[in-house]
Write a protein that binds this ligand. Sequence first.
Ligand code: ADQ
Length: 476
Amino acid sequence: MASGNASSKQRVIIASNRLPLSVKENNGTYETTPSSGGLVSALRGLQAADYLWLGWPGIEVNDKSARESVNASLAKENAAAVWLDQKLATDHYNGFSNAILWPSLHYQSGVVMDDNAWEAYQRVNEIFADEVSNKAKDGDLIWVHDYHLFLLPRLLRKRLQAQNKRCPIGFSLHTPFTVDDFWRGVPVHDQLLEGVLGSDIIGFHTDEYKKNFLGACDTLLDGTRVENDQIHYDNRVVETGKFIVGIDYRKFADASGDHEVLSRIKELETLYKDKQVIIGVDRMDYTKGLPEKLDGFRIFLEEHPDMANKVVLIQIAVPSREDVKEYQDLEAQVSKLVGQISGKHATPHHSPLLYIHRSVSFAELAALYSISDACLLTSRRDGMNLVASEYVACQEARQGVLVLSEFTGAATFLKPGSLLFNPSNTHSLSDALYKALTMDKEERRRNYEELRNFVTTNTSAKWTETFLGELGRLKN
Ligand code: ADQ
């Protein structure tokens, strides 16, 4: 696809379920704090001169003057609130988005339709459509993100037409998209497809997800014609494309120049001077394969008992969606496995497993990435996985090994320089880990060059520039 340069001239409106800031109440005053996660990391490269980010601030505020004060703080950060009441937000987010769509998009079968949650999902998409269309000016570019807002492009298109505003609409999916026969099992799958087809262009992380989406439109929606990467639907042409998402490479690669990070690196290197460190960083989510990781590591320790006192797996599991039962069950399962492994293999001098179930600061994260000899990521499915890239960026000095599930989008691109395995096969995980920890320096160097080339070329800035360039080229 040719890239345009409209993004530098046109204002961009970003719409995502949550803002990159969380608003919290503290004794009657409202404070904003930056939030984290894959989408926020991906959009760090937003270089557009002028943008406005619309999303739910994560809190219900009903008082008019309180809303005005929150709006004023958000405006300083180029953000604006889409106000939702707590129950509606919960039914949309936990009830439909994360109980039905998130598992389905990651090939988890057995979801059950919930009419109340579906109504909330539709209602929230309508509220976003009202807010975004009211804020948009003729000529703005609109960039909608992720599965929480599948219906928004179509709703938005109707409102913008009625208001006589011409604003190209782009949509980016941050998860995988399944093959058509699996998608057929998702309740209201056709309405969801029709919703997203209100876009002018739809972006996916890999060619496979794009192909699956085109296949689903072709087989499941009457009246569509799919040709090359285009979908002819409702007398319009919808473009699709692969846009490789990335990170702010320099932010991670230069972190060791920061005093706080450097002193933490030194402390950790002293602490682990006789050990090989394996790092894992994941949201506590069943798609990330944490039980599989722990099981594979248990087998690794059993197969290589001589290594048990020479390695340490430091696993950070960032709390996520903690009010959803599946996530509470997962946390209990992970805690149990951690206890079993530590109980069996720890000595008074050393434990081969360190489990951190909380968020850590950027300095701590960068230091841990930097001192680790290998990074182990075991997702059952993952749209991309930006942790893999962040690890690579922090490894210019050490040139560590990336041990990566073949079911991440990242594996599609990082295959030449990493050790891939199937996380359901715990022996293949154990073998890959052993190979990583015994790899000679020359092979590590060659692999690292491959990884580094990819991650430095495909940054978050390139992702946003390329997508917005394409969007700006399109006529709505
Ligand atoms: P996530 O599922 O959130 O993203 P991932 O891509 O790994 O997964 O991104 C996690 C981000 O959170 C990383 O940038 C990481 O640095 C950050 N993070 C982790 N721990 C943190 C901590 N303690 N404090 C602060 N930040 C922390 C979704 C999809 C992915 C896809 C991304 C982007 O599930 O597959 O790669 O969106 O499209």
